[in-house]
Design a protein around this ligand. Structure first.
Ligand SMILES: CC(C)(COP(=O)(O)OP(=O)(O)OC[C@H]1O[C@@H](n2cnc3c(N)ncnc32)[C@H](O)[C@@H]1OP(=O)(O)O)[C@@H](O)C(=O)NCCC(=O)NCCS
Length: 176
């Protein structure tokens, strides 16, 4: 099998259903064991619905990149937002890496790096000068990956899952 069977491209309206299913599934798989079932259901119902993903894909201030194979299966996705600044940090032209997920069978391989390269290109194309993100303080694998990609911790913010306020590390890197 091809080691990298994915095409990374901007999502279109035709990708809405697949993105919603994939986003909800990977969030649950990644964080289900660390949250109550009630908080998880509340979060998924508020963030992963086809009407929301349709609006997000069509929103000109949001870039959604998906990695799909020839059969149409998703291996990962990334979403970036303009008009959001990291809390407490002075920045020139920030782009937030809002969501970044790779399916479990593809973790530890080259997909995450390929997706990050596409994220950087997309943020630069928007005129971004800084790329930033929030990552759960307990998500050490993601933090290690982001450090490998040149991000550094610059602060903290709260991210509410259901009714549970959780502390995120805010990480930032400059775009050359
Ligand atoms: C975050 C994510 C995109 C990173 O992609 P990935 O393919 O797993 O990343 P990599 O394997 O290249 O890098 C992870 C690094 O963390 C290390 N690592 C693995 N488990 C770890 C752990 N429990 N604690 C600390 N480091 C860990 C790996 O060894 C690797 O470092 P190395 O390349 O120097 O060996 C992917 O893991 C993912 O989608 N996770 C679930 C969703 C998620 O957390 N998204 C981010 C939300 S902010």
């Amino acid at each position: 099998m091809n080691d990298f069977p994915f095409e990374i491209r901007p999502a279109t309206e035709a990708d809405v259903a697949a993105l919603t299913e994939f986003g909800a599934r990977t969030f649950r798989e990644s964080f289900g064991k660390d949250n109550t079932a009630e908080d998880m259901e509340k979060h998924l119902a508020s963030a992963w619905r086809t009407d929301l993903q349709r609006d997000e894909i069509l929103d000109p201030s949001i870039d959604t990149l998906i990695a799909r194979d020839l059969r149409g299966n998703l291996g990962g996705f990334a979403m970036m937002r303009e008009r959001h600044s990291p809390p407490g940090v002075s920045v020139l032209r920030p782009v937030e890496l809002w969501r970044f997920y790779v399916d479990k069978p593809w973790q530890g391989r080259v997909l995450a790096q390929a997706l990050m390269n596409a994220v950087e290109a997309s943020a630069r194309a928007r005129g971004g000068r800084e790329l930033w993100l929030g990552v759960w303080e307990r998500n050490e694998r993601a933090q290690a990956f982001y450090r490998k990609c040149g991000f550094e911790k610059v602060g903290e913010q709260i991210f509410v899952v259901g009714s549970d306020p959780q502390t995120d590390h805010v990480m930032l890197r400059k775009l050359a």
